[in-house]
Design a protein around this ligand. Structure first.
Ligand SMILES: Cc1ncc(COP(=O)(O)O)c(C=O)c1O
Length: 432
């Protein structure tokens, strides 16, 4: 087993590792992490100079059975790809909610900060505060609902909130000191947000509450179906609605507000959707919002998956013909079969829906899950020359072979967003 991780990476990983356990990650260790990541990135890359990926040499992580690797170079190239797409005047915000889409909030966010993104979007104030404690200084916007009793914490942390209904707006008006906030409009998603038709009433409320005026800094919407270049009709309609709304605000003296609408898909659909800022989640992690967009951009835009999930083989054994494997005896091997046991299961985020059909990589080859996925274990075959301690790749590359989060998600009947965000936050994350 080669052990050629450089010392910088090892030091980073030691400090960055237990990202799921928020309480165990001190602000200081994150600062050290950031500094080291910064120097590593500075050493290996101005982003422009990053080369293309070579076949990774898998390296075991001392003392852990399973871990998640973040490829800093891939992240750098993804940031650069989006910078090129949006140009210099549009802000690039990284969406790091849901534990940075499973990549680890405290591992991915400092990396993205070092790579020069302009701000971060999270779902909750809890995440935003954790990022401030970890030393993140860029602007942070909370996309989700915030309880009024927590407004003072947003003020203290210079964290912008979202107001998406009149009740929240009233609570903000009543607060002795209101935090900065953006208004979110529902232009077609039928989820969170004011309707555009609420605008006259909204403007009246804002006029009646002059203290709120300087706290309002942005207007935004979210696209419901921006995932097909050939079928942008619904997105165009949403955009028209949103632009009508922002124009009404501009006429009422709010022309200075930051306007944003596009996530990864909308950003890919065209510059007319970029406005003042884009909120990029899945694309920065190197995955496509939809298979259709992936096909349509083939050869024009390259994204590189940032995350690899690995585990060690814990046991190897020979099964006799007819032996049944796992709970409920759902699968019998027809012949003498060498099988490897891997100490991860649905608790770690390997979906139970992959029972009997999931695939992983072992020695650069595909192996299949035999029988049921258990809570903390899977059995795989063929096991080839596997020995305890060998590395299995659940997501990522091993030699020439790749198994993508999107592929396994599809096999499990879900999407890569869900698969990634369900990766157990307690698993160690390491930047490589
Ligand atoms: C409001 C909002 N903006 C941006 C995003 C990022 O979307 P994506 O990961 O497709 O870029 C999300 C994701 O759910 C979102 O809810």
């Amino acid at each position: 087993m080669s052990e050629n991780l450089d010392t910088v990476t090892l030091k980073i990983s030691r400090h960055c590792s237990r990202v799921g356990d928020e309480a165990s990650v001190s602000g200081k260790s994150i600062e050290r992490c950031r500094a080291r990541q910064g120097s590593k990135l500075a050493k290996s890359s101005s982003i422009e100079s990053i080369g293309h990926p070579s076949t990774p040499i898998l390296t075991r992580r001392a003392g852990v059975r399973t871990w998640i690797e973040l490829d800093a170079r891939a992240a750098g190239r993804n940031v650069l790809a989006f910078r090129r797409l949006i140009g210099p005047r549009v802000k690039l915000w990284a969406v790091v909610k849901s534990n940075a889409y499973g990549h680890g909030l405290f591992a991915f966010t400092p990396l993205a900060a070092e790579l020069g993104v302009d701000g971060f979007c999270v779902d909750s104030l809890v995440e935003a505060k954790a990022l401030r404690r970890a030393g993140i200084r860029q602007s942070i916007l909370v996309l989700g609902h915030t309880l009024p009793e927590r407004f003072p914490e947003a003020v203290a942390g210079h964290i912008a909130l979202t107001a998406s209904n009149f009740e929240t707006l009233e609570e903000l008006a009543r607060a002795p000191a209101a935090p900065e906030f953006h208004l979110k409009f529902d232009t077609g998603m039928r989820r969170q947000g004011f309707f555009p038709s609420d605008t006259p009433r909204l403007l009246r409320r804002l006029k009646a509450r002059p203290a709120l005026r300087p706290r309002l800094t942005g207007l935004y919407t979210h696209f419901a179906a921006a995932n097909d270049l050939d079928d942008p009709g619904f997105t165009q309609a949403q955009m028209r609605e949103f632009l009508r709304t922002t124009a009404q605000f501009a006429r009422a003296g709010y022309g200075h507000l930051l306007r944003h609408a596009a996530a990864t898909g909308g950003t890919m659909l065209g510059p007319q959707y970029h406005l003042d800022a884009v909120r990029i989640g899945i694309g920065l992690y190197g995955l496509w919002p939809s298979p259709r967009l992936a096909r349509q951009f083939q050869g024009k835009l390259q994204l590189e998956p940032v995350l690899a999930w690995r585990a060690v083989v814990s046991e190897v054994k020979w099964l006799a013909p007819g032996d049944a494997v796992g709970y409920d005896l759902t699968e019998r091997v027809p012949e003498r079969t060498k099988m490897a046991v891997v100490p991860i299961g649905y608790w770690h985020g390997f979906p139970r829906a992959l029972s009997g059909i999931g695939e992983v990589l072992l020695h650069g080859r595909r192996a299949r899950v035999l029988g049921r996925v258990s809570m903390d274990l899977i059995s795989i075959a063929p096991a080839g020359r596997a020995r305890p301690g060998d590395i299995v790749t659940l997501i990522g590359r091993d030699r020439g072979a790749t198994i993508g989060a999107d592929e396994s998600a599809q096999r499990a009947g879900t999407i890569h967003y869900e698969f990634l965000t369900r990766l157990n936050p307690l698993m160690e994350r390491v930047v490589v």
